[in-house]
Design a protein around this ligand. Sequence first.
Ligand code: UDP
Length: 358
Amino acid sequence: MDNRQVTVAGAGIWGCTLARVLAEAGYKVRVLEKRSQIGGNVRCETDPKTGIEVHVYGSHIFHTHLPEVWKFVNRFVEFNGYQHKVLARHAGKTYFLPLGLALVNQFFGVELTPREVPAFMADEAHKRAIFDAFFRNYTSKQWGKAPEDIDPTIIQRVPVRATYDVNYFNDYHQGIPASGYNSLFERMLDHPDIALSTAQAFTLEELGTETVFYSGPIDELFGFKFGPLPWRTLRFETERLPVADAQGTSVVNYVDADVPYTRQHEYKHYHPEDKRVMGYPETIVCREYSAEWQPGDEPYYPVNNEESAALLKRYRDEAAQYPNLVIGGRLGQYKYFDMDKSIESALATAKAYLEAHA
Ligand code: UDP
């Protein structure tokens, strides 16, 4: 039983999931987190004055179609039933995303029915007009590149529909933890066989014979020896306003080039069930700016291209030299993960480890 001890380095969504599953399987789990707080970039802070749950690293909306993942998170928190909608501000007007009947009819001043949409949108001029208005400039701001030069799967994240469904996600399950995101992580790690140390970074020199599940940046772990992987970073400009409601919704994308930020978040709208917060005569908004990652910045979005794939392969080959090192998560796998996919990946990693060590 003595060797049933593992280390989880990084207490984000991937690491906390692994820690919990392995602890429940009988392992003693040491969790090391380099920040002073757990939760990775899902970390929130509750504003003491208004009670607003501020998403410190940008909006996180939990959504999934994976029953196993939904069941797992619901063991720890109750979700409030929030359904995400995103609006887009273009040329002085506000539209409902994603690309559906509401947007098309409003943008072109037409009254199409669902069955008329495919033919209308097959017209190259219509397609281009929508793309140029809602995707070209936003994508350039977000990625620092023209949309033709980014991985096409990124834009394909945004649903295309011929209905008035303005839900931003296709996933069946959605919501925000009613008790806040931080409680999700605290409860996941609340297990007698999990020992958490914060403000404690993991370095390769500490790797002994025990298995380490690491979810920090893979290039950083190896001292950037092949050079840094490219990332996009974000900067947030937060403002308190003396109104109960500033924009009437949680996220407005600013899709034009003349606005330097990509979107503005108004966090109180993530908790419509909280009447006190909703009615409080103050609000907090946050404008999000995207930039190329520089050393010292927080990495947010991986920049997937041929060059970064080749660099990633070098780091992965290097990591393969360490049989008791398992690297995962958004930063470790260099992957544009939604939260549910990160949990799915952690559940699969835990399962594989347990089967191999049964
Ligand atoms: N996108 C866009 N205009 C929008 C929304 C999204 O051009 O109004 C593009 C953009 O390239 C973005 C991608 O679609 O990076 C994926 O959007 P999503 O909302 O999924 O991005 P996330 O919330 O993960 O940053």
